[in-house]
Design a protein around this ligand. Structure first.
Ligand SMILES: [Zn+2]
Length: 171
């Protein structure tokens, strides 16, 4: 038994659960390391069952190559915190960009990625999402290509300040 695990044996259940949640929630997204899996809403829940920390994880985009990386990173973080870890992949209800926290949106914007609008957010005419430039805030932007640096993002350019940027696609 490691020293971490020995310490864990003496912790009350709620403190243990908090420790497990904090360990899992701090895992950065492999594609956008400024946001954590908790910021993105990918980490749904952590619960304890007989000393095993079970993290429920919703993949973002189906087929997103980062999903397995994320699951492995969360398991590793839980193990490092002294838990035996198990990951449960939750497909229903499906993840949506609405689950990204306010803090997560703020971090994306600061990183130069236009965060997705909430479903209730503004829509432009012609059915295409209007995306505000993360640098100057202008709405006068155009989509350059459907795929940005990863399949989850589209590449945009701002007509006002000329800055290219990625937009986290809405789903
Ligand atoms: Zn701009």
């Amino acid at each position: 038994m490691t020293r971490e695990a020995a310490t864990i044996d003496r912790m009350p259940e709620d403190a243990l659960l908090r420790k497990a949640w904090e360990a899992a929630a701090a895992v950065p997204d492999p594609e956008i390391p400024v946001v954590t899996v908790a910021d993105l809403g990918i980490l749904r829940e952590v619960r304890l069952e007989g000393g095993v920390a079970i993290a429920r994880v919703s993949p973002t985009y189906s087929g997103c190559p980062a999903t397995q990386l994320i699951e492995a990173a969360i398991a590793a973080a839980l193990e490092k915190a002294g838990f035996e870890a198990r990951i449960e992949r939750v497909l229903s209800p499906p993840w949506t960009t609405d689950w990204i926290t306010e803090e997560g949106r703020e971090k994306l914007r600061a990183f130069g990625i236009a965060p997705p609008e909430n479903a209730a957010g503004k829509r432009a005419l012609f059915g295409q999402d209007r995306v505000a430039c993360p640098r100057c805030g202008s709405d006068d932007t155009e989509r350059v290509s459907e795929f940005g640096s990863t399949p989850c993002k589209a590449h945009y350019r701002c007509r006002a300040c000329g800055e290219p940027f990625d937009h986290f696609k809405c789903i």
